[in-house]
Design a protein around this ligand. Structure first.
Ligand code: BEZ
Length: 263
């Protein structure tokens, strides 16, 4: 995960590695299919961009033997190193990373929607790839979690707090927006699609509260601490009819999937 640095909501959104591993393992469960699309080959040198706690990095490592995981969260990298000491994990920003040895491929799952400065990230990926190197990316696309966002903002307003602009927090581009950025920055796009993927949240007992705490903390910056819990509970109650189905909570995720090659 690469949160925060570029988000203009301010606050230092520290990722809670334990909460992430325990209750948001769906993030890397879904990533396995993306590794199949990456199709790592033995001997390839691959970068996992926004590796979080390193579970997918390890899967890639098993298949190619040479992987580096980067993440801007020191807490995530600390946890990844503890879990997988044989793998090279480093703290680095998605918009500003440099390696002496270029990669055959760059992989990124559920991260790039945190990177508001998408063009810098694309340029950085380009610089760190071999010629004809590939990128395989999946992240939130246009309309991602729009049901949740609308309800957060609606409820903030009901509690007399201003709503927050989504594009200050996340970057959810359309396919055409993102592929244009790629083509303008030296990539040939081989595959680009967007699909709905309602995603079951790990903890049904605590509903959507863990998700709000983990991922949407930026919306609550500037909200009095004494109000946060009540606002979050109200959001949850209001989302129940739409997102709770047969006793399970689902977030309205929309994914963009990209495969592209350096020209
Ligand atoms: C996502 O994976 O689409 C996502 C996760 C957290 C916040 C927003 C989007």
């Amino acid at each position: 995960m690469i949160p925060g640095k570029q988000n203009t909501f301010g606050g230092d959104m520290k990722w809670k590695a334990d909460l992430y591993t325990e209750k948001h393992d769906f993030v890397y469960d879904y990533g396995s299919a993306l590794i199949d699309l990456l199709n790592p080959q033995q001997g390839e040198h691959i970068l996992d961009l926004g590796c979080g706690t390193g579970q997918l990095t390890q899967e890639i490592h098993k298949r190619c033997g040479s992987v580096v995981g980067i993440d801007s969260s020191a807490e995530m990298i600390h946890s990844a190193k503890e879990s997988f000491p044989e793998i090279d994990f480093q703290i680095a920003d998605a918009t500003d990373f440099h390696f002496k040895i270029p990669f055959d491929a760059i992989f990124s799952n559920a991260v790039l929607h945190w990177v508001i400065d998408a063009e810098s990230a694309i340029r950085c990926m380009h610089q760190n790839l071999v010629n004809r190197g590939r990128i395989v990316l999946e992240f939130g696309g246009k309309g991602n979690v729009s049901t949740i966002i609308s309800q957060i903002n609606h409820t903030l307003e009901d509690f007399n707090y201003p709503p927050k602009a989504v594009n200050e927090q996340w970057f959810f581009p359309s396919i055409s927006e993102y592929t244009t950025l790629l083509e303008d920055n030296g990539f040939d796009v081989l595959l680009a699609n967007q699909f709905d993927r309602p995603t079951e949240l790990a903890s049904n007992a605590t509903g959507i509260l863990d998700w709000l705490n983990m991922f949407a903390a930026g919306f609550f910056i500037g909200v009095a601490e004494s109000d946060v819990t009540e606002i979050m509970k109200t959001i949850q109650d209001r989302l129940k009819p739409t997102l709770l189905k047969n006793g399970k909570w689902y977030a309205d995720y929309k994914r963009i999937r990209i495969v592209a090659k350096k020209q």
